[in-house]
Design a protein around this ligand. Structure first.
Ligand code: ATR
Length: 288
């Protein structure tokens, strides 16, 4: 759809560094076109002071922002308010304009949650396994706990990072009266997972490159997986291949990317993106 920029065009954008590879403009400009909104979404590569960038964006009247690497945590001090889950996760990727400043949300987690539900994956009462303990894994861990997974195993090469997330999740579970039992393990301790029918989330960087392997390659591990979600966007990671070869269903991170964008758009504009537009966004991403 042809976009006309005029005196009333509202500006949305993404701050990060690097940011030139981002698919977010394709998502948001497509939705604005379909919904007939006079808005444009642009990348802002911020190399210096992110606080000055956020405060300046507010003064310029920028309607809403996404935030990506490396600013998802640093941006928090420049907000007037923060959503409770984003605060617990310690990372914000969406800024929503209010009268006092921007309020921060984490639609990475909300997007993954909507993607998981849209695939018909039920977490309630299920045993969940996370491979990795970085920022992405942290958000996934909170999603599993708040959806009442019975168990959550967090495996990481550096076990201390898995233990840190486990500690924060235990606190969350206690405070919210939830039931998830959390265990931190080193990556090579996967044989200690004492359960079948696992829902496994691959949250490490391994798989980004075409010739990467998987963090666990033992077929006995994959035999226990019913659903394997790789947060890496591309099809055909080794993790996905091993999951499918063992009879499980495998999913990529593309829907998560799509829904984090859709939920941000919904927050900025206080609306629900209709299903047919969601389907169009999926097509745009699959073609790009
Ligand atoms: P993100 O925000 O995408 O989660 P991150 O916070 O940098 O990124 O986390 C990267 C994750 O990938 C970590 O769990 C990291 O393991 P360590 O904590 O041990 O570093 C994991 N990772 C990256 N490269 C890896 C590799 N070659 N083998 C195993 N794990 C790896």
């Amino acid at each position: 759809m042809h976009m006309v920029v005029d005196g009333n065009t509202k500006v949305l954008g993404i701050i990060g560094n690097p940011v030139r590879h981002t698919k977010s403009p394709a998502i948001h400009n497509y939705i604005s076109g379909e919904l007939n909104k006079n808005m444009i979404y642009v990348p802002f590569e911020v190399t210096g002071d992110v606080k000055a960038a956020v405060l300046g964006a507010y003064e310029l009247g920028i309607h809403g922002m996404n935030v990506t690497v490396p600013y998802k945590t640093d941006v928090i001090e420049s907000l007037c308010d923060i959503d409770d889950m984003a605060k617990r996760i310690g990372a914000v990727n969406t800024l929503v304009r209010t009268d006092k400043g921007y309020k921060g949300y984490n639609t990475d987690m909300l997007g993954l949650e909507r993607a998981v539900f849209s695939e018909g994956i039920e977490l309630n009462g299920k045993v969940t396994v996370l491979l990795g303990a970085g920022g992405a894994a942290r958000a996934v861990a909170f999603m599993c706990a708040r959806n009442n997974a019975s168990k959550l195993y967090i495996l990481n090469r550096t076990i201390s990072k898995a233990e840190e997330i486990a500690c924060d999740i235990k606190k969350f579970v206690n405070e919210e009266g939830l039931n998830t039992q959390v265990t931190a393990l080193a990556m090579d301790e996967y044989e200690k997972i004492d359960a079948e029918e696992l829902i496994c989330f691959q949250c490490t960087k391994v798989g980004l490159s075409e010739d990467d392997g998987a963090v666990i390659e033992d077929k006995n591990f994959y035999n226990k997986i019913t659903h394997g979600v790789d947060l890496i966007y591309r099809e055909g990671t080794k993790f996905a291949v091993l999951t499918r070869e063992a009879g499980g269903k495998a999913y990529t991170g593309l829907k998560m990317l799509m829904y984090q964008g859709i939920i941000a758009y919904e927050l900025w504009n206080d609306l629900k993106v209709p299903d047919e537009v969601v389907a169009g966004v999926e097509k745009v991403l699959n073609e790009g």
